[in-house]
Design a protein. Structure first.
Length: 394
């Protein structure tokens, strides 16, 4: 996945002809085009696939350490909320981390992608550092999110931004596009901008409320550290992880060598996460299982021949030898096809078993939440999930 990093110095300099005989013909052609416009429009609308695109604009300066760690722990839960609300939609997530001039970076950007595992891996690498003075480069970060990320156009796409921070923007940086101008563009593009305030700074609250109002979004105050992250372990977690590991064994990486290497890394990610944080691995497996219903995915971001053949996106016979992994390359064309079909069948059986367990886990978590004596306090993951349910519902 491509990331972009921008940094600036104190001056704002970035380091990063028609002829008459054809008139009648043109008139007939124009009339024909007009005649078919409604039909073409109807067909394109029918073919349009729903999508949900969510970008987090996240302050990663020193004071945001607690919230950043919470985001790492709950990103899969947040992604699963989108799937539960929009099971047929393509899901893309992006991230714009920001600090301030003089820090290691001003903005670090990971574009909108279906490869949620990549977003997760990059989020894990982030540390909360820098930010010597109080205001931060909020204006630049919001401008990057609205104007630089590759948002999908069309009425079938929900486009949502969560600005998350505790400090107001520098309004004296002449090179910046100020947030009121950025919000005008967001409204024109139907991008909702929510403002999540960590802490209770009055000067930040005033701006965050203006951003939420101007972005047709919500102003959402939460504790400075992101609030209490509630992790509910269930009796089904271990078996869910085991099944997902078996499903990962049905992955067949293909394409350029770099793509095959990336897919291999994705299959190993679950095991490494499970060793350090089993609850996160379970949530990752739940997301992948729910996505598998329409995408047959075992990993995110593409490059898995089993998934692509199962969904009709690829044919084994259309691939060149150098696009295949070693174990397929040495087989005959017939044996290659049989091998892929076997993996498709195995994955289907395993995903059916996993879906039953994920359903039991979901019900168990719901029951445990209902037994809680008091309403849970506001936290980053809960407010984001509640907002996404409301803003992505169709």
């Amino acid at each position: 996945m491509t990331s972009r990093i921008t940094s600036r110095d104190s001056k704002g300099l970035g380091h990063d002809v028609a002829r008459k005989p054809f008139r009648t013909f043109r008139h007939h052609a124009l009339a024909a085009a007009i005649l078919f416009l409604p039909l073409t429009g109807a067909l394109s609308q029918a073919a349009a696939k729903p999508a949900v695109e969510v970008a987090f604009v996240l302050d990663t300066t020193g004071s945001m350490g607690g919230l950043l760690e919470g985001a790492k722990r709950k990103i899969w839960s947040i992604a699963t909320t989108i799937v539960d609300t929009n099971p047929d939609a393509d899901i893309r997530m992006g991230l714009v981390a920001y600090r301030d001039i003089g820090d290691d970076y001003v903005t670090k950007t990971f574009d909108l992608t279906t490869d949620i595992q990549d977003i997760y891996a990059n989020l894990l690498e982030m540390k909360a550092r820098g930010g010597g003075d109080w205001p931060e480069s909020v204006n630049e970060a919001l401008d990057v999110a609205v104007n630089k990320l590759k948002w999908t156009q069309g009425s079938e796409t929900r486009r949502i931004v969560f600005l998350v921070g505790d400090a107001p923007p520098h309004m004296n940086y002449e090179q910046d596009t100020k947030y009121p101008e950025t919000l005008k563009v967001a409204r024109q593009r139907d991008i909702i901008v929510n403002a999540v305030l960590a802490g209770n700074a009055r000067d930040t609250e005033r701006v965050w409320r203006e951003i939420a109002q101007g972005g047709n979004g919500r102003f959402i105050p939460i504790p400075q550290d992101g609030g209490e992250i509630v992790v509910i372990e269930t009796p089904f977690d271990d078996e869910i992880i085991i099944l997902q590991k078996q499903i990962n064994g049905t992955v067949i990486p293909y394409g350029p060598r770099a793509t095959q290497k990336r897919v291999e890394d994705r299959t190993r990610q679950l095991a490494s996460v499970a060793a350090a944080a089993p609850a996160q691995a379970t949530e990752m497996a739940s997301y992948l299982n729910k996505r598998s219903v329409i995408a047959s995915e075992a990993v995110t971001g593409g490059g898995d021949l089993t998934a692509d053949v199962a969904t009709g996106r690829q044919k084994v016979t259309a691939l060149k030898d150098d696009e295949l992994p070693d174990e397929l390359r040495k087989l005959s064309a017939e044996e290659r096809q049989k091998t892929v079909e076997k993996q498709i069948g195995t994955r289907k059986l395993l995903n059916d078993k996993l879906a039953a367990l994920v359903g039991k886990r979901d019900r168990y978590v719901t029951e445990q939440k209902a037994k809680s004596p008091a309403k849970p306090a506001s936290s980053f993951d809960r407010v984001v999930e509640e907002t996404l349910k409301a803003q992505t519902k169709r």
